[in-house]
Design a binder for this molecule. Structure first.
Ligand SMILES: NC(=O)c1ccc[n+]([C@@H]2O[C@H](COP(=O)([O-])OP(=O)(O)OC[C@H]3O[C@@H](n4cnc5c(N)ncnc54)[C@H](OP(=O)(O)O)[C@@H]3O)[C@@H](O)[C@H]2O)c1
Length: 269
């Protein structure tokens, strides 16, 4: 059945691929972008910035006005910051939380009454494997995704009676614009930053993992299947065997052992 879908962040990566596949499947797709929307015959582009509540409200009401309903909200848009907790600039920290967590929560709040009144819907929220384990030098990114995890657990119970399904996506390493777009804070050489050397070493590993990651089409295909599924799971962990293994062993190993494995991977000494 043809669905009205609103997906955030379709200018690149997962959002772009998913919006395309969904519209190829015949769904009515509205995708948000931050820059002036270009013309696209199949995807209706709307200008929206997650850090601007006015643009969030405008986007949701535009879709409602045109279609009269929103069946699926895909909270895909997000950004990464990298840097030491102690020295990362406050503006990076705020941008990280305002985009990944607060923006996602605010657009969800706008869509909930619409789904409630129409008798149901599906909300798909992008967390990360970094939302299931704290990643060194990506602490604020991890924190923003852990926040999404807690938000979804609570939301699922609150909307139980309204037939609104809440689905979490935890991608592992994927090859998108994510690495190039990451706002890293690396103190200039010469400035006394006790983390500089370690962060550079760890960042090289993070970027290598992402460069060797899967292509976003793999995840986009999975999203199409989830949308077509009557009873989707609460969570989908999508990534390489190593990515999924890391999540599994976190649950079974003593915390200290798991931390040592992560430290070894990220060359923390
Ligand atoms: N790639 C991975 O390995 C990976 C792993 C785990 C989770 N994820 C998650 O997957 C989602 C998609 O990321 P991606 O890998 O596809 O990265 P991407 O290629 O960088 O795409 C991110 C999208 O989010 C948009 N965006 C960023 N800040 C925004 C804001 N303030 N308001 C509205 N839109 C904004 C970007 O728009 P602009 O073009 O305007 O910047 C872009 O369309 C994110 O939530 C990310 O955290 C990615």
């Amino acid at each position: 059945m043809k669905k009205v879908i609103l997906i955030t962040g379709v200018s690149s990566g997962f959002g772009k691929q998913t919006a395309k596949l969904l519209s190829d499947e015949g769904h009515i797709v509205y995708g948000t972008v931050r820059n002036e929307p270009g013309s696209d015959d199949l995807i209706h582009n709307l200008k929206m910035d997650l850090t601007d509540i006015g643009s969030i409200k405008k986007t949701v009401s535009e879709v409602l006005e045109k279609e009269g309903r929103i069946d699926v909200l895909i909270n895909n848009a997000g950004m990464h910051t990298g840097g030491p907790i102690e020295t990362s600039p406050i503006r990076n920290i705020k941008l990280q939380m305002d985009t990944n967590f607060l923006g996602m929560a605010l657009i969800t709040r706008e869509v909930l009454p619409i789904m409630r009144k129409q008798g149901g819907g599906t909300i798909i929220n992008f967390s990360s494997i970094g939302g299931l384990m704290g990643l060194p030098f990506q602490a604020f990114y991890s924190a923003s995704k852990f926040a999404i995890e807690g938000f979804c657990e609570a939301l699922r119970m609150e909307v139980k009676k309204s037939n609104i399904k809440i689905v979490l996506i935890n991608p592992g390493d994927f090859h998108t614009n994510n690495s190039a777009n990451r706002r890293n804070f690396l103190a200039p050489t010469g400035i006394n930053d006790p983390y500089h050397e370690q962060f550079e070493k760890t960042l090289a590993i993070i970027e290598k993992d992402e460069a060797n990651g899967w292509e976003p089409e793999v995840l986009a295909k999975k999203i199409v299947k989830i949308i077509e599924c009557r009873n989707p799971h609460h969570r989908y962990i999508i990534g390489s065997f190593e990515n999924r293994l890391a999540v599994f062993i976190k649950h079974i190993l003593p915390r200290k052992w798991f931390r040592m494995i992560l430290e070894d991977h990220y060359k923390i000494n």
